[in-house]
Design a protein around this ligand. Sequence first.
Ligand SMILES: Cc1cc2nc3c(=O)[nH]c(=O)nc-3n(C[C@H](O)[C@H](O)[C@H](O)COP(=O)(O)OP(=O)(O)OC[C@H]3O[C@@H](n4cnc5c(N)ncnc54)[C@H](O)[C@@H]3O)c2cc1C
Length: 551
Amino acid sequence: MTTGLDCDVLEMTLDAFRRYADDALPESRLLDMDATEEFPAELVRGMCGDELGIQLLFVPEEYGGMGGGAFDVYRLCELMARVDLGIATGVLATFLGSDPIRVGGSEEQRQRWMGQLAEEGLLMAYAATEPQAGSDLGALRTVAKPIKENGSINGYEITGAKQWISNGAVADLYSVLAMAPGGPSWFVVEQGTEGLSYGKPEDKHGIRDSNTASVLLDDVYVPVDHLLGNEEGQGLVQAQKVFGYTRLMVAAFGLGCGWEAMDRALAYSQERIQAGGPLSEKQGYTHKLIVPHVIRLEAGRAFIEQTALRLDAGEGTLITEGAIAKYYSSEAGNAAAEAAIQALGGYGYTREYMVEKIKRDVRITTIYEGTSEIMEMTIGRDRWQAHLKTRGAHYHEQATALERLHLQKPEIGADTAALAMHALAELLERCRQERLTRNQHVLFRLGELISHVECADALSRRAGLSLDHQLDDKADQRFQPGILAAMARIQARDAAAKMAGDGLRLVIGAAATPQPDLADTMQLGAIYAAQLGLISDMTTVADALYGRPGG
Ligand SMILES: Cc1cc2nc3c(=O)[nH]c(=O)nc-3n(C[C@H](O)[C@H](O)[C@H](O)COP(=O)(O)OP(=O)(O)OC[C@H]3O[C@@H](n4cnc5c(N)ncnc54)[C@H](O)[C@@H]3O)c2cc1C
């Protein structure tokens, strides 16, 4: 069964947010909040309360919410990030904070706190990270000591320090990960509980209008029914269960920031005249600073949409897919924002033109909810297992499926994406034969290569669906099918070239002996031949972006 909102309800929700943002968050206000590091607590409370009720989207219907699915949450997150990532982070923190309750709480606990969230629009915080436990949460030192009365546990005393907690100083409710005798466990701690305090807001590089603070717990007593799921030791499992979902949200943040920066560069380049004409007509400008970034963002979107649909169809936790979505889209968003500064020249380097702020803001998406390196590790490790379990068939089979797709739809680059997949399968196999994944660097770089290929696959499929007018009703519809097809061809060429370049170099660089046959096994000749038409496709995409004939 598919979960989520009807298309018109989603569109109404997005429109309501757009109107709210247009009214309450003009650029001048956003720049002021960035400069003064002001967290607009009342505004975020209004958004997550009576005024807008944005939190209802992620509260299930049975607890008084709207029961939005992953697809709905992705669309909203992209839109929020386009407006302001700091404010979006304030909303994300509430969503993350409620997650341990949603997935790990007992029915009674869900009724209580999810119900409260729906009705009162609370701000929440997700307090997992510690000064010594970041990527490695297993190293946490915050402890929850059981307090017994008449031989049975009636509560816990929590002591420790949490670091970098979004909404840390402003939340009404905290989900706190602490080590109980039975293992890491989530506890709900209410604001105002004795012993709970927080540090001053961090002075950050970006998202300066979000509140990030340390949270200190000094013998904080919580009743036993604040242990989520009423069972110790479930904390890390509960955290893992939602990674597919929550990382998709951060992926959507990368997408939103990246596109906001690109749209500003597109507008600027049509106005800015240099050397006798607008920058938008200079190929050296568009084909470097605009087109490749737009395509990477759309490849990320294709993967996000594919994963969101699968999550909503109940296909499991999709942790690896969440990691690919987050990794690819956050890196694409970051690179797009960097390119947008360059695209605006000196103006891009000033605060007034916003892209400088977007660049500082989007940077966090490659760090929080799992750093890019941890994503590379997750992706590399999980797909490596798939390669071993299928005795090397995993990516060859997907390549064969793409070859079949190419026979039906020759224009979507599926044949080139198939070449990239076959090459990846050969790279993995050579890594197995030569035992190269003993090098952590090799495993991580494989994670990167895998993401490129899987996003190329997703974009080809999305272009195919678009040609058949089969994209989901709720899918983004910015580009015509022919333009998506051109983007898919470029992305597939890029992925294949990456295998031929970076992949081949990686294996040769890590192996103990020369690998003279590998280039042929990976079909390098065919990969280079498939680059034919690259520049002309880039021009087609540029023309479409600028609304010129041919696009
Ligand atoms: C603005 C902001 C908001 C945040 N909000 C929250 C929040 O609301 N709740 C919360 O719980 N946390 C939050 N965080 C914490 C965030 O999730 C962590 O910062 C992040 O997980 C990384 O942990 P760390 O900072 O300890 O870095 P580390 O784990 O120390 O990593 C440092 C570097 O080493 C790399 N690295 C780490 N482990 C390995 C490894 N095994 N192999 C190779 N390389 C490795 C990392 O990729 C990174 O480049 C927030 C952080 C920031 C900056």
